[in-house]
Every structure is written in C-alpha cells, then in structure tokens.
Ligand binder design. Sequence first.
Ligand code: SAM
Length: 224
Amino acid sequence: MMERHDLHSLLDLGNLFILHQRERAVITCLRRGGVTTANVSSLRFLEVGCGTGGLLPLLTYYGASPDRMFGIDLDRSRIREARRRYPAIHFVVADAARLPLPTEGYDVAIQSTLFTSILDQRARRQAAAEMLRVLRPSGFVLWFDFRYNSPRNEKVRGITRRQITRDLFPDTATFFVSTVLLPPLARRIARASWLVAECLSLLRPLRSHYCALIRPRPTKPAAE
Ligand SMILES: C[S@@+](CC[C@H](N)C(=O)[O-])C[C@H]1O[C@@H](n2cnc3c(N)ncnc32)[C@H](O)[C@@H]1O
C-alpha cells in the first residue's frame, strides 16, 4: 500500500512511468514545433503557473538556457521555493490573466496543469489570450493537462480537446498527443509490470492527459 507522502515520490516506479510518458509527449510536441538540439539554447521559454519550477528545469536538460527562462505563479511561497531550487531561472509572482511581460517576447509559452486549476471560464480565456499575446510570431503554446475530472479533487476540472480548440484557443493550428495512463492505474500497474502498463496505455480512454502544440494562425495582411 502506498503511503500518502509517497504519492508523488520520484523514487516510485509508478510515478516514473507517468513522468516518462509526459516527457515523451513533451519532446514530441517540442520537436514538432521546430525545437532542436541546435536551437534550444537560443529560445526563450515562459511557464505560466510554474509552481516550484514545473517543466522549466526539465528543459535545461535538453540544453535550454536558464537565463532565457521565465516562470510565473500566483503563489508567493511556490515562487520562493522555485527561486531557491533554480536560482539561474527568472521567477515572478503574477496572475496568468495579467502577465507583466512584453508582447511577442517568448518562443514557447508553457502551461502544465495550470488551466485545470482555474475554474472560472473567463479567467481561463484571459490566461489563454495572455499566453498568445506574449508569443513571438513564430512561437507556440505547449499545453500539458488532464481531460477528466478528478473524483478526489474538487478544486480542479478536466479540460477536453474541444474546449481547448473552441473555447480557449480558437483561430490556432493544433497538434495533440493523448498520453499518461490514468495515474491511479499507472502507479499500481507500472510498479508490477512496465510492459503491462505500456500495453494498457494503448487504450485511448485510459489516457488521461493531452499534450498539445498550439500555434496562432498568421494574421492576413489587410487588403489594399
Ligand atoms: C498543479 S500546479 C502545476 C505547477 C507546475 N506547472 C507543474 O507542472 O509542476 C498549478 C499551479 O498554478 C498556479 N496558479 C493557479 N491559478 C493561477 C493564476 N491565475 N495565475 C498564475 N498561477 C496560477 C498555482 O499556484 C499552482 O502553482
């Protein structure tokens, strides 16, 4: 039986399985967006709702430059912890709906399980619009979040593919990867058999998350 404090432990094979699936999907989307070993260090990354670091530290393993990374979060204590853990990355306390950042300043704007913790639909739309505003013309949003409601947590709400494309990011081109075997199942199964967990992941309804690349469509030049 897993203790409560082990639920997100990285020394657990079940959690490792979930992280591997997330990372594969993230790399698939980054590559699809044109991120390569050759250009990753020159790109500017922003994570909105970064918590104590989010995906930003992972990107440093791929070669991204910490001094070109920016994380924002509403929670002051999480930002304090993020700064302590990753002193080379810039972290700021701010609201996703009002980013204190310049327009067209970033190549990749990331959100990882932020949107499912914003329950107000208007605030979600504002956060989505802000992420698009701060993107460079060639930039894209990297989305990672779950699509089902959590029976154990009323403070979060799953977001479907349709809600992403129609409500939050209309007028964008999208590429989706559905991933992550339902975490309670993944934790139990992958600890016993990695292979069985991989096989179960082939069943689409058992995959709980979407990883997506969201690119604004270029605006048409005004007619003469
Ligand atoms: C589930 S955590 C995800 C943290 C991180 N992205 C990760 O993947 O580990 C959601 C984070 O979103 C932050 N958050 C919620 N609403 C926010 C808002 N309106 N603006 C900025 N951050 C917000 C919370 O404080 C929390 O740190």
